[in-house]
Design a protein around this ligand. Structure first.
Ligand SMILES: O=C(O)C(=O)CO
Length: 348
């Protein structure tokens, strides 16, 4: 009943169109462009709404920027993912009809908020629905890094596994440790809740200001992270203020046994400084789900370090969560276009 493919083969044009009289009515509907193939739950919501006509870049890979700039022209709404830069150039290309940008992500560092605000374009994003999934992956990455799981499986597979040795592949345990959270929000709390049963002794955190309500949930103290943390998990958003804050200054104050974990954004870390800290033993290990750039080129020096575990930005990658994110992004978009409060709107 819908979906005609263009010559490019990657664009789906989607609008109900069985009855010819509908055609004209459909062309009156708000136009939406979806910048990437998104999970089915979100697509179903858009389709079934009957509220919009939409076209989608039907691929797992990003569309060429020039193509994107052409496609957004005249749109009322855009549903995007975190790799699309929504900046002045794109907003100019879209033109004055654009009312809503809905991103299928909790992070919004790819959006030029000033430019959106200036044009009174409303913004939806997808917090909460990914909290459990991201916290779960953060714990997995922390354990993989601290207990050296990637190194260990490599040794087992490649003949490095000799006799049982007393200090071979020893790592650092969570029991009796102090866990520091840099940027205490929903995700930081969810990570701490999951780590508590591992007998963590103390949770500490820093943020722009103390956040007693959240901190009370996990009995965390507002304290200096670098000096005290045995494990330091970065959970803050990437903003001009947090850009590069995990740098030599921080690493040089950390304990030699400390494990650094980042599942927020690569931009908060100065990667040259991290390399230095890891390769000279300033800290014991790092687990990164996010890097700059993404993908991190395969020749990057961080890959050469045994004490650095790098994942390809998969913290929210479960079927349930990605579908929930696409559904929330679709609902934000539709509510915004109706002029109603969005389920999750970013205050600009
Ligand atoms: O939603 C986000 O911002 C992500 O990074 C997805 O994991």
């Amino acid at each position: 009943m819908w979906c005609s493919r263009t010559a490019l083969g990657r664009l789906q044009r989607i609008a109900p169109c069985t009855v010819s009289g509908f055609h004209r009515a459909m062309s009156m509907l708000p136009k939406v462009f979806v910048t990437r193939r998104v999970p089915p739950d979100g697509l179903d919501i858009l389709r079934k709404s009957g509220q919009v006509q939409f076209e989608m870049w039907d691929s797992d890979d990003p569309m060429p920027r020039m193509e994107l700039l052409k496609k957004v022209k005249g749109c009322d709404g855009i549903l995007c993912v975190l790799t699309e830069k929504i900046d002045a150039q794109l907003l100019e290309a879209a033109g004055p009809n654009l009312k809503v940008v809905s991103t299928m992500s909790v992070g919004f560092d790819h959006l030029s908020l000033d430019e959106l605000k200036k044009r009174e374009i409303r913004v939806g994003y997808t917090p909460d629905v990914l909290t459990d999934c991201v916290a779960e992956l953060t714990v997995a990455l922390l354990l993989a890094t601290s207990r050296r799981l990637i190194e260990a499986t490599h040794e087992a597979k490649t003949g490095g596994w000799g006799t049982w040795r007393t200090l071979w592949l020893c790592g650092h345990e969570l029991a009796n440790s102090t866990v520091g959270i840099l940027g205490l929000g929903r995700i930081g709390v969810a990570i701490a809740e999951r780590l508590k049963p591992f007998k963590v002794k103390k949770f500490i955190y820093t943020d722009v200001t103390p956040r007693p309500e959240l901190a009370n949930m996990i009995e965390a103290e507002y304290d200096k992270l670098a000096e005290q943390s045995d494990f330091l998990a970065v959970c803050c958003a990437l903003t001009p203020e947090t850009h590069g804050i995990c740098n030599f200054n921080l690493f040089s104050k950390m304990k030699k046994n400390a494990i650094f974990i980042n599942t927020s954004r690569g931009g908060v870390v100065n990667q040259e400084d991290l390399y230095e800290a890891l390769s000279t033993g300033l800290i014991a290990g790092a687990g990164l789900d996010v890097t700059t750039p993404e993908p991190l080129p395969t020749h990057h020096p961080l890959y050469t370090l045994k004490n650095c575990v790098i994942l390809p930005h998969i913290a929210s990658a479960s079927y349930t969560t990605r579908n929930a994110m696409s559904a929330l992004a679709a609902n934000n978009l539709l509510a915004g276009l109706r002029g109603e409060p969005m389920p999750k709107e970013l205050k600009l």
